[in-house]
Write a protein that binds this ligand. Structure first.
Ligand code: FES
Ligand code: FES
Length: 160
């Protein structure tokens, strides 16, 4: 079987798996990284949202063979190391402060989408607006959308 190498949460990892296996299964089943959740498997629900090279992606829809050795994959488990200081990433802390989660299943993906969105609007030289929040497509079957929006606004203010 081919060897697949990429960087996961700051450390190189290598797995023996066929090229066409989706990254979500490599993370969850082979590497034991279960923060990214399986909802639809077809890039619709966004429960698996993680980052590749700092931008949001959905690992259920990317073949592991398409990753490069230098690609940096970050899951919710690796998010705290991307902010200065010990403890949680500011977006995770905002989630706790606003008591966002209900069942919690969608929430790792929501937080990863939120961080990627804040970074994107900053690259564009602006602050987050309501229509940016409207563009988030992560589904929450518990309907926590109002608290998600409040938490993103706090997290955005506190992200360095
Ligand atoms: S499981 Fe990846 S988008 Fe639904
Ligand atoms: S908190 Fe239950 S699906 Fe979002």
């Amino acid at each position: 079987m081919p060897k697949q190498t990429f960087i996961l949460n700051g450390k190189p990892v290598t797995v023996d798996v066929h090229d066409d296996v989706r990254v979500l299964w490599v993370l969850r089943d082979l590497l034991g990284v279960t923060g990214p959740k399986y909802g639809c498997g077809i890039n619709v629900c966004k429960a698996c949202t993680s980052h590749i090279n700092g931008k949001a992606f959905n690992p259920c829809s990317v073949r592991v063979g398409d990753l490069k050795k230098s690609d940096q994959v970050t899951t919710i488990e690796g998010l705290p190391r991307e902010s200065p200081g010990p403890g949680l990433h500011p977006m995770q802390q905002a989630w706790l402060d606003h008591d966002v989660a209900q069942c919690g299943y969608c929430q790792p993906g929501q937080i990863m989408a939120a961080v990627a969105l804040v970074r994107k609007v900053r690259r564009e030289g602006r602050k987050i607006r309501d229509n940016d929040l409207d563009g988030i497509r992560n589904i929450c079957r518990c309907g926590t959308y109002t608290r998600i929006r409040e938490a993103i606004e706090q997290g955005a203010r506190q992200m360095k």
